[in-house]
Design a protein around this ligand. Structure first.
Ligand code: C5P
Length: 419
């Protein structure tokens, strides 16, 4: 049994540990969200250098940003605190990324022309294009956002290599409603974390089933299991971070959809089967993490079954369809265009049972985990089993394991594509 690249730690480091981020603020009311973002970046382990335009300093003060970042804040390129008076060079050379949030329409128009008449735009121009990626988080009124000049400027900035992020939709500070709100701090944090993940599944479409199913007995009761959906949702996030387009079909779980992931909610195994099958045509990878109920009552009572009427109730059971096995039999999987991954939750003989299940379901990869040690937990330990053998991924946070699993899946797909 192989060990995964020595990553035996129980908890991963914070996602931005050892990362130095330049957080730029241009003028806009969304500056108040940048204060919260700054705090979140620091909490995630980053060191943060805040640089503000004069306009941004009208909305939040450098004092606020200094207290949150625990670093001196720069506004002017003439700042005498730099011994060589070259803040634009000194502040960009050790950065792992620059994020301008908010990026106003005017600031982006300026960047587009390579203008540099304030410290922040000067830094955007002076940074190394190869080593310091630039993320822009636009924020503006909906009419400014929709204006052809803004749209044209953003297209050109993308062409020049900037990551122009999306915007939110909804109430605007001016009282109007529409597109142009800056993304929320947690969404911007996600974008930065994702930036540093290897894009091993770029352009792939990944379909994931997650959570338990619920099989109704009557209108108020049913059978289900203890699956929380956390492993499936961690995989969805990791796949999206790896550059994939991700769709989750989720049983009844109380989890927030990972940023950027599409989701269909279902309740029963039959509904999950239909929802998964509807997506199979579009998928390149299917990961079945759902703990699908094996059986369902043959009949669902129309009214609540009352106790004490005819003794104890008895039920006739029928077997649910095996979603994974059916997907593995689909034309797309049989043609080698869809790579299928199963999850086996066992209580004993994990390796042997998971390997047998892999063969029985006709899938190239089966991931084994111990049911009681994973259901509802934030950590897990996995066995990755294919026809070559077994790889052990020691106990770690589910997101850390999910990222490792994406690398394993990606390497197997690319080997297959090269053959
Ligand atoms: O329940 P079982 O141990 O057979 O589950 C193993 C794998 O098969 C899991 O990936 C699970 O999501 C999938 N499965 C399924 N449909 C079922 C039962 C299991 O897709 N009805």
């Amino acid at each position: 049994m192989r060990n995964y690249r020595g990553s035996a730690t129980l908890r991963p480091m914070s996602d931005l540990s050892n990362k130095h981020i330049v957080l730029g603020l241009s003028g806009g009311i969304a500056c108040y969200k940048a204060a919260e973002l700054c705090r979140a970046l620091v909490k995630e382990g980053a060191t943060v250098q805040v640089v503000m335009t004069e306009a941004a300093a009208q909305f939040v003060t450098p004092v606020t940003m200094q207290a949150l970042s625990n670093q001196p804040v720069y506004v002017s390129q003439w700042d005498p605190r730099e011994p060589n008076n070259m803040a634009h060079i000194n502040l960009t050379r050790h950065a792992h990324a620059m994020l301008v949030a908010p990026a106003s329409a005017d600031f982006m128009a300026k960047l587009l022309h390579g203008r540099a008449d304030d410290l922040l735009s000067l830094m955007c121009l002076a940074r190394s294009l190869d080593t310091v990626p630039l993320l822009l988080a636009p924020a503006m009124n909906k009419e400014m956002w929709a204006h052809p000049a803004t749209q044209r400027n953003m297209a050109q900035l993308r062409h020049d290599g900037a990551h122009v992020l999306g915007v939110g939709q909804g109430d605007q500070a001016c009282g109007e409603v529409g597109d142009g709100r800056m993304l929320e701090p947690d969404e911007l944090l996600y974008e930065l974390i994702a930036l540093f993940q290897p894009k091993v599944l770029l352009g792939k479409k990944v379909l994931i089933s997650a959570g338990p199913t619920f099989e109704a007995i009557d209108p108020v009761r049913g059978i289900t299991n203890l699956s929380s959906g956390k492993m499936g949702f961690a995989l969805a996030r990791a796949a999206h971070e790896a550059g994939a387009e991700v769709h989750v079909v989720a049983g009844p779980v109380s989890l927030t959809t990972p940023y950027g992931v599409a989701r269909t909610d279902v309740r029963s195994a039959l509904q999950m089967h239909a929802a998964v099958m509807a997506q199979v045509e579009h998928a390149d990878v299917f990961i079945a993490t759902a703990a699908v109920a094996d059986w369902r009552p043959a009949q669902v009572a129309g009214e609540k079954i009352k106790k004490g009427q005819d003794g104890l109730p008895s039920f006739e059971w029928v077997e649910n369809p095996d979603i994974l096995a059916d997907v593995a039999l689909s034309n797309r999987a049989q043609a080698g265009a869809l790579y299928c991954v199963g999850f086996a939750a066992e209580t004993q003989y994990l390796q042997a049972q998971a390997q047998a299940k892999r063969v029985r379901k006709g899938v190239p990869l089966m991931v084994g985990n111990l049911g009681p040690a994973t259901f509802g937990q934030d950590d897990n330990a996995l066995l990755v089993i294919d026809e070559q053998g077994t790889l052990e991924l020691p106990r770690a946070a589910k997101l850390a394991l999910a990222r490792q699993l994406m690398a394993e899946i990606a390497s197997r797909i690319s080997t297959k594509e090269q053959v």
